[in-house]
Design a protein around this ligand. Sequence first.
Ligand SMILES: Cc1cc2nc3c(=O)[nH]c(=O)nc-3n(C[C@H](O)[C@H](O)[C@H](O)COP(=O)(O)OP(=O)(O)OC[C@H]3O[C@@H](n4cnc5c(N)ncnc54)[C@H](O)[C@@H]3O)c2cc1C
Length: 620
Amino acid sequence: QTQPAPSPTDATDFAETTFDFVVVGGGTSGLVLASRLSENPNITVGVLEAGDYRPGDDLILIPASTGPAVLGANSQDQSNLQGNPNYDWKFKSVPQTGLNGGTILYPRGKVVGGSSAINTMIWQRASSVEYDLWESAFQNPGWSWSSLLPYFAKVENWSPPPIVLPGQEADPSLAAVHGKTGYVNVSYNNFMTDVEVPIVKSANALGIRTNSNPDAGNGTGFYYMARNVNPVTGFRSYASPAYFEPFVGRPNLKLVSEALVTKINFANSTVEGKGLVATGVDFTVGNQTFTVKANKEVILAAGSLKTPQLLELSGVGNATLLKSLGIEPLLDSPQIGENLQDHPVTYSDFQTKDGVVTLDQLTFNETFVAEAKANFSHTPAHGALSYTDAIIGPNTFQAVVNASQFNSVLALLDKELKGRKYPTELQQLQFTAARELFAEGKIAWIEVVNVPEGGVVSVPTANTSYVTTVVIQLHPFARGSVHINSTDPTAAPVINPNFLASEFDTQVLTHGLQFVRKMLNNSGIVAEYHAPDNTVQTDAQWESYVRGHVGSTAHPLGTTAMAPQHIGGVVDSHLKIYGLSNVRVVDAGIFPFTLSAAIMSSVYAVAEKAADIVKADWKI
Ligand SMILES: Cc1cc2nc3c(=O)[nH]c(=O)nc-3n(C[C@H](O)[C@H](O)[C@H](O)COP(=O)(O)OP(=O)(O)OC[C@H]3O[C@@H](n4cnc5c(N)ncnc54)[C@H](O)[C@@H]3O)c2cc1C
């Protein structure tokens, strides 16, 4: 591991500058805004990031170091990235009623690059109809699939897949929807273990197609997963090397790392009707407190769990909550921190037959390790150390259950919806749209991800190989919240995703896991069911297993949703917070509705579009 470089900018110098734009959070979305706005040399941009600046850090860069925190392991093992307090905020949910009181781990990147520095590198788009809902159902002019597509491409420097999966055709339309000149390297694994091909063949035999182009608007089926990895070096390509490191020399762009923003400062505008104007922010570095001024705007990119916290600490949020904590409400905006949506995940693992080679070999086979190291230092890098999850199967629910199972789960959903009271019209519109998408099988609802190693769900036996299979519920009907319960800016926010509060969500995950056993059983690679073991057979046993084995895929969003204010939105279609004239949110919090995909590439695309909106609004 290389030594971290010092902070790029000294905090005292930073605080003495008045910037045009102050960006809170140097993560995935924040660095996109910072680099794009500072393209204009006459515009000054200051970024404040709570985490460390770690260019050239092997733990971030080498894909195999990522580790399993997202799947529920609460690792203190500092040889892994996820769960490591030097890189991860390590939040936890409150106890979840649907999980028998269990809590969920919430890893979040705390480093320059944010969550893009610690995530699992799945580079995925949802189906076009979902982005179209942002414009049609949720009434945000200019936000549709076709308006976002150029921004998905703008982010990418894409290379085509070097291997072909069973059922995959060389599809020229795949290249047509990807970008070649963007800052994030997007590539595909050039190495497979022994499990991927048998699993895809088994899925195909069960009637699930291989999708040769999941990125053009229909993301269903099994497919060869893109990932944000440089195909030459084998290193993670994330927001810092993509959107910050190439531009550190710009005199109009400054970033302070290890700087926690504690408050947005406001003044009342002298212009009638303009309301509150943000003048800048307070931040701390170590024990020292600083104030920095913003001429034009404060741009919030602290992530969907931290942006609501900062707003509430600054007096913007639900006035009743703020008063109860002794914070003077400057703006009553009760939907801030509400509408939290996330993808719950459950998981099982299987011991493989003798001779099936998986990444477990990295833990017990010295020859395999030596070969993996040699392959990784090769140009182009390849092999086990550059591996990220290579195949993924986002499927409609209809594809994984029979007709009678489908009808009974749909009936359960209708019963739940009948008794449901909606806190906002936005939520009612979401649920109406989701019910239709589910019933008509228009989008993926259950995603299967195969991880070719054990040790995630259960304790592995020495010198043994496993496949861990993860099942993700892509459009849960649970809605949660994130709020403060303390005025201390260093305290963690109170996170409640309400996982499995809905019986429908529970049934979807349970059927998904049952399908996975069938699929693995048919693959010819499994020696024995490990977790759950063979004693889990009845529906009741499966449901009980699921309630004890749920985590978060770490895709929280929606907590500052983009929608008209009268239906429950927090920001408008220019991403400005209603009631504040110059504060925008650009992080995953603005997504009004969850997506049937991992969300990072959408976060980047939204941030690229946001940068163009800001530039157009200021004519810069
Ligand atoms: C463990 C994990 C695995 C994931 N796997 C995938 C995946 O495989 N594929 C995928 O598509 N998505 C994945 N995601 C989700 C994806 O990475 C995030 O949704 C996305 O990166 C969020 O971007 P953001 O800009 O909203 O927030 P972030 O990238 O998290 O940026 C927020 C930044 O703000 C900083 N910050 C917060 N509060 C303050 C403050 N008060 N002052 C200063 N700085 C502050 C944080 O330290 C952080 O750097 C994963 C996420 C995690 C955590």
